[in-house]
Design a protein around this ligand. Structure first.
Ligand code: UDP
Length: 235
């Protein structure tokens, strides 16, 4: 298969059907814009499986995603879209860059979810932008941004509930949207412990990529725990 694109966590290959793309989840973990790197033997399998399970759950709950089907342990077929270069972040509790930037304690409750946009550009380190920047720079139209916000709100509601059933608090997460050939905006990329902060509901234990970022150890054990709990919650 022809490699179309290689990112930090995934490879995208061309398939015969022009409307589809073959996604391979890699074992590499990166943080701090690629400065910290490590290979984890089971990461591709875990993130492919978790992402597929979450996309299927979202579809069942009325959210359109690019996911079509899992091919094997590490790979899935998705709808081909043009990625909108925005990292769409939702925060339910204060953590990570928000805690740092505003001098807040991690875990502080927010009276409503916070919606943030970053301009997806590795060279610039994905700078935070606001709605006006996104529209004035022609990244999205006002209508498209409204659609993205509405879908993101729905995704947050569905995912918060799914993770809570699995005994996990969805602290924050990053999603990306893509445009189909007919111009529809649908959820794309991945949703996994790489892109979400997930805290065990009783102990507050971190079960996500912060274990890698902060050298907390047992990174894949945490991802496995998330998968096991999601499978149990859905059965
Ligand atoms: N996130 C991501 N990719 C990025 C930046 C952030 O998936 O390039 C996720 C991150 O895992 C967390 C949320 O978005 O769940 C908010 O991240 P934050 O802005 O706090 O940045 P970080 O502290 O991860 O640098």
């Amino acid at each position: 298969m022809k490699l179309l694109y290689e990112g930090k966590a995934k490879q995208l290959f061309e398939v015969e059907n022009e409307q589809e793309i073959y996604v391979h989840y890699k074992n590499s973990a990166t943080a701090f814009n690629g400065v910290k790197k490590e290979e984890f033997e089971k990461k591709g399998v875990l993130n492919n499986t978790i992402s597929a399970l979450i996309f299927e759950h979202l579809e069942k709950n009325g959210v359109r995603t690019h996911f079509i089907r899992k091919v094997n342990d590490t790979d899935q077929i998705c709808q081909k879209v043009t990625i909108i270069p925005l990292e769409v972040i939702t925060r339910n509790l204060v953590a990570g860059s928000m805690a740092k930037k505003y001098g807040l304690e991690e875990g502080k409750k927010l009276s409503q979810p916070v919606f943030e946009l970053s301009y997806k550009n590795d060279e610039l380190g994905d700078p935070l932008i606001n709605d006006d920047h996104a529209i004035a720079l022609d990244i999205v139209t006002q209508e498209e941004l409204a659609e993205i916000k509405q879908q993101t709100h729905r995704i947050n509601t569905v995912l918060k509930d799914l993770f809570l059933q699995a005994g996990l608090v969805l602290v924050d997460f990053k999603i990306e949207f893509g445009k189909t050939h007919t111009g529809d905006i649908i959820l794309a990329d991945e949703i996994s412990p790489d892109t979400c902060r997930l805290w065990e509901v009783n102990t507050g234990e971190k079960l996500d990529k912060d274990r890698f970022r902060r050298d907390l150890g047992s990174v894949m054990e945490a991802y496995e725990e998330v998968l096991g709990r999601l499978e149990h919650a859905k059965s």
